[in-house]
Write a protein that binds this ligand. Structure first.
Ligand SMILES: [Zn+2]
Ligand SMILES: [Zn+2]
Length: 237
Protein backbone atom coordinates (compact mmCIF):
# COMPACT_ATOMS: atom_id res chain seq x y z
CA UNK A 1 0.00 0.00 0.00
CA UNK A 2 2.98 2.38 -0.23
CA UNK A 3 4.02 4.35 -3.30
CA UNK A 4 7.15 6.38 -3.87
CA UNK A 5 6.42 9.66 -5.65
CA UNK A 6 9.35 11.29 -7.37
CA UNK A 7 10.05 14.55 -9.15
CA UNK A 8 12.84 17.01 -9.85
CA UNK A 9 12.25 20.69 -9.16
CA UNK A 10 15.41 21.89 -10.87
CA UNK A 11 18.10 24.21 -9.57
CA UNK A 12 18.83 27.95 -9.38
CA UNK A 13 19.91 27.77 -13.04
CA UNK A 14 16.75 26.28 -14.55
CA UNK A 15 13.99 26.91 -12.01
CA UNK A 16 13.57 30.68 -12.62
CA UNK A 17 12.79 29.99 -16.29
CA UNK A 18 10.19 27.44 -15.30
CA UNK A 19 8.60 29.74 -12.73
CA UNK A 20 8.31 32.39 -15.43
CA UNK A 21 6.53 29.94 -17.73
CA UNK A 22 4.29 28.76 -14.89
CA UNK A 23 3.34 32.30 -13.89
CA UNK A 24 2.63 33.22 -17.51
CA UNK A 25 0.33 30.19 -17.83
CA UNK A 26 -1.51 31.07 -14.61
CA UNK A 27 -1.94 34.71 -15.60
CA UNK A 28 -4.72 33.56 -17.95
CA UNK A 29 -6.56 31.91 -15.04
CA UNK A 30 -6.05 34.60 -12.41
CA UNK A 31 -9.83 35.02 -12.00
CA UNK A 32 -10.54 31.30 -11.70
CA UNK A 33 -7.98 30.13 -9.15
CA UNK A 34 -8.70 30.04 -5.40
CA UNK A 35 -7.60 32.76 -3.00
CA UNK A 36 -4.66 30.70 -1.74
CA UNK A 37 -3.42 30.31 -5.29
CA UNK A 38 -3.74 34.03 -5.97
CA UNK A 39 -1.33 34.52 -3.09
CA UNK A 40 0.93 31.71 -4.33
CA UNK A 41 1.01 33.21 -7.81
CA UNK A 42 2.45 36.40 -6.35
CA UNK A 43 4.76 34.89 -3.74
CA UNK A 44 5.64 31.24 -4.36
CA UNK A 45 4.35 30.05 -7.76
CA UNK A 46 5.81 26.54 -7.38
CA UNK A 47 3.23 25.88 -4.66
CA UNK A 48 0.45 26.46 -7.20
CA UNK A 49 0.99 22.83 -8.22
CA UNK A 50 0.18 21.74 -4.66
CA UNK A 51 -3.37 23.11 -4.53
CA UNK A 52 -6.06 20.60 -3.55
CA UNK A 53 -9.01 22.93 -4.23
CA UNK A 54 -11.39 21.73 -6.90
CA UNK A 55 -11.41 24.79 -9.21
CA UNK A 56 -7.61 24.74 -9.34
CA UNK A 57 -7.18 21.05 -10.10
CA UNK A 58 -8.04 21.14 -13.80
CA UNK A 59 -5.80 24.19 -14.21
CA UNK A 60 -2.94 22.24 -12.61
CA UNK A 61 -3.61 19.35 -15.00
CA UNK A 62 -2.61 21.44 -18.01
CA UNK A 63 0.12 23.52 -16.38
CA UNK A 64 3.61 23.36 -17.89
CA UNK A 65 5.72 20.60 -16.32
CA UNK A 66 9.10 21.38 -14.83
CA UNK A 67 10.56 18.18 -16.24
CA UNK A 68 10.68 19.90 -19.67
CA UNK A 69 12.47 22.96 -18.26
CA UNK A 70 15.32 21.18 -16.50
CA UNK A 71 18.84 22.24 -17.43
CA UNK A 72 21.26 19.60 -18.72
CA UNK A 73 22.78 19.00 -15.28
CA UNK A 74 19.40 18.54 -13.57
CA UNK A 75 18.08 16.40 -16.38
CA UNK A 76 21.14 14.11 -16.30
CA UNK A 77 20.94 13.92 -12.51
CA UNK A 78 17.28 12.90 -12.62
CA UNK A 79 17.98 10.31 -15.33
CA UNK A 80 20.81 8.83 -13.30
CA UNK A 81 18.67 8.65 -10.15
CA UNK A 82 15.93 6.82 -12.05
CA UNK A 83 18.47 4.37 -13.50
CA UNK A 84 19.69 3.53 -9.97
CA UNK A 85 16.13 2.96 -8.78
CA UNK A 86 15.50 0.76 -11.82
CA UNK A 87 18.68 -1.22 -11.16
CA UNK A 88 17.62 -1.70 -7.52
CA UNK A 89 14.13 -2.67 -8.73
CA UNK A 90 12.54 -0.04 -6.50
CA UNK A 91 9.20 0.99 -7.98
CA UNK A 92 8.44 4.72 -8.19
CA UNK A 93 5.92 7.05 -9.78
CA UNK A 94 7.04 10.20 -11.59
CA UNK A 95 4.79 12.93 -10.24
CA UNK A 96 5.18 16.21 -12.10
CA UNK A 97 2.92 17.99 -9.59
CA UNK A 98 5.14 17.13 -6.66
CA UNK A 99 6.89 20.20 -5.23
CA UNK A 100 8.18 21.38 -1.89
CA UNK A 101 7.44 24.87 -0.73
CA UNK A 102 10.90 25.87 0.39
CA UNK A 103 13.34 27.61 -1.92
CA UNK A 104 16.41 25.72 -0.81
CA UNK A 105 15.28 22.43 -2.34
CA UNK A 106 17.26 21.48 -5.45
CA UNK A 107 16.68 18.71 -7.96
CA UNK A 108 15.15 15.62 -6.32
CA UNK A 109 11.93 15.82 -4.32
CA UNK A 110 9.94 12.83 -3.11
CA UNK A 111 7.01 11.72 -1.00
CA UNK A 112 5.87 8.36 0.28
CA UNK A 113 2.13 7.90 -0.10
CA UNK A 114 0.02 5.33 1.63
CA UNK A 115 -3.49 4.07 0.94
CA UNK A 116 -6.18 3.65 3.54
CA UNK A 117 -5.50 6.30 6.19
CA UNK A 118 -7.71 9.03 4.75
CA UNK A 119 -7.17 12.09 2.64
CA UNK A 120 -3.76 13.03 4.02
CA UNK A 121 -1.90 10.23 2.35
CA UNK A 122 1.71 11.44 2.45
CA UNK A 123 3.57 9.88 5.38
CA UNK A 124 7.00 11.13 4.40
CA UNK A 125 8.31 13.96 2.27
CA UNK A 126 11.73 15.32 1.47
CA UNK A 127 14.33 15.98 -1.12
CA UNK A 128 17.75 17.28 -1.95
CA UNK A 129 18.92 20.66 -0.71
CA UNK A 130 22.42 21.17 -2.01
CA UNK A 131 22.19 24.95 -1.55
CA UNK A 132 21.07 25.04 2.07
CA UNK A 133 24.45 24.90 3.81
CA UNK A 134 25.76 27.77 1.71
CA UNK A 135 22.59 29.73 2.36
CA UNK A 136 23.35 29.63 6.10
CA UNK A 137 27.02 30.52 5.65
CA UNK A 138 28.75 27.15 5.25
CA UNK A 139 30.80 25.61 2.44
CA UNK A 140 29.01 24.00 -0.56
CA UNK A 141 27.65 20.73 0.86
CA UNK A 142 25.39 18.24 -0.90
CA UNK A 143 22.51 17.24 1.35
CA UNK A 144 19.30 15.26 1.34
CA UNK A 145 16.68 14.78 4.01
CA UNK A 146 13.07 14.09 4.77
CA UNK A 147 10.44 14.51 7.45
CA UNK A 148 7.70 12.10 8.34
CA UNK A 149 4.68 12.42 10.60
CA UNK A 150 4.80 9.97 13.51
CA UNK A 151 1.01 9.97 13.85
CA UNK A 152 0.53 8.98 10.22
CA UNK A 153 3.28 6.35 10.39
CA UNK A 154 1.59 4.81 13.44
CA UNK A 155 -1.84 4.94 11.75
CA UNK A 156 -0.35 3.21 8.72
CA UNK A 157 1.32 0.51 10.82
CA UNK A 158 -1.99 -0.10 12.58
CA UNK A 159 -3.83 -0.19 9.25
CA UNK A 160 -1.32 -2.68 7.84
CA UNK A 161 -1.24 -4.79 11.01
CA UNK A 162 2.45 -4.14 11.68
CA UNK A 163 3.45 -4.26 15.36
CA UNK A 164 6.50 -2.28 16.48
CA UNK A 165 9.34 -4.59 17.46
CA UNK A 166 9.77 -4.88 21.23
CA UNK A 167 12.55 -3.27 23.21
CA UNK A 168 15.56 -5.62 23.11
CA UNK A 169 16.24 -7.48 26.36
CA UNK A 170 19.37 -6.29 28.19
CA UNK A 171 22.11 -8.88 28.82
CA UNK A 172 23.34 -7.38 32.07
CA UNK A 173 21.59 -5.79 35.02
CA UNK A 174 23.58 -3.70 37.48
CA UNK A 175 22.53 -3.43 41.13
CA UNK A 176 24.22 -1.57 43.95
CA UNK A 177 24.28 -1.80 47.74
CA UNK A 178 24.89 1.27 49.88
CA UNK A 179 24.71 4.84 48.66
CA UNK A 180 28.51 5.12 48.33
CA UNK A 181 28.41 2.50 45.57
CA UNK A 182 25.82 4.26 43.43
CA UNK A 183 28.22 6.50 41.49
CA UNK A 184 30.36 3.44 40.73
CA UNK A 185 27.26 1.59 39.53
CA UNK A 186 26.35 4.45 37.18
CA UNK A 187 29.87 4.35 35.73
CA UNK A 188 29.74 0.57 35.38
CA UNK A 189 26.48 0.78 33.38
CA UNK A 190 28.02 3.44 31.14
CA UNK A 191 31.24 1.46 30.60
CA UNK A 192 29.37 -1.72 29.64
CA UNK A 193 27.13 0.18 27.22
CA UNK A 194 30.20 1.72 25.59
CA UNK A 195 31.47 -1.85 25.09
CA UNK A 196 28.20 -2.65 23.27
CA UNK A 197 26.92 -4.80 26.14
CA UNK A 198 23.16 -4.32 26.55
CA UNK A 199 22.97 -3.10 30.14
CA UNK A 200 20.25 -1.79 32.39
CA UNK A 201 20.35 -0.15 35.80
CA UNK A 202 18.20 -2.11 38.22
CA UNK A 203 17.88 0.35 41.07
CA UNK A 204 15.28 3.13 40.71
CA UNK A 205 15.71 3.65 44.49
CA UNK A 206 14.90 0.02 45.22
CA UNK A 207 16.44 -2.07 47.99
CA UNK A 208 19.00 -4.67 46.89
CA UNK A 209 16.38 -7.39 47.31
CA UNK A 210 13.95 -5.48 45.08
CA UNK A 211 16.72 -4.90 42.54
CA UNK A 212 17.37 -8.66 42.38
CA UNK A 213 13.66 -9.34 41.97
CA UNK A 214 13.50 -6.78 39.16
CA UNK A 215 16.47 -8.50 37.45
CA UNK A 216 14.53 -11.77 37.61
CA UNK A 217 11.41 -10.22 36.19
CA UNK A 218 13.08 -8.65 33.14
CA UNK A 219 15.18 -11.79 32.60
CA UNK A 220 18.74 -10.48 32.29
CA UNK A 221 21.50 -13.08 31.75
CA UNK A 222 23.85 -11.61 34.37
CA UNK A 223 23.33 -9.47 37.43
CA UNK A 224 26.31 -7.47 38.68
CA UNK A 225 26.24 -6.22 42.28
CA UNK A 226 28.39 -3.34 43.36
CA UNK A 227 28.73 -2.70 47.12
CA UNK A 228 31.17 -0.78 49.26
CA UNK A 229 33.43 -3.84 49.60
CA UNK A 230 33.60 -4.23 45.83
CA UNK A 231 34.35 -0.53 45.38
CA UNK A 232 37.20 -0.81 47.91
CA UNK A 233 38.57 -3.93 46.21
CA UNK A 234 37.99 -2.65 42.66
CA UNK A 235 35.83 -5.66 41.78
CA UNK A 236 32.21 -6.49 41.13
CA UNK A 237 30.14 -9.48 42.25
ZN1 LIG B 1 18.98 22.84 -13.23
ZN1 LIG C 1 -5.87 26.84 -5.56
Amino acid sequence: GLSFQLNSTGCPVCRPEYLKALSAYYADYADEICEDCQRRLAKNPLRLLDCKNRPCRSIIENAPQIIYSLCMECSDHFGELKSYLDALERPYTINNRLVRGLDYYTKTVFEVWVEGIGAQSAICGGGRYDGLTEMIGGPPTPAIGFASGMDRVLLTMKHQGIAPSGIPKPTVGVAYLGSDAKAGAVMLVQTLREQQVGTTALWENRSLKAQMKHADRIGVDFTLILGEDEIAAGTVT
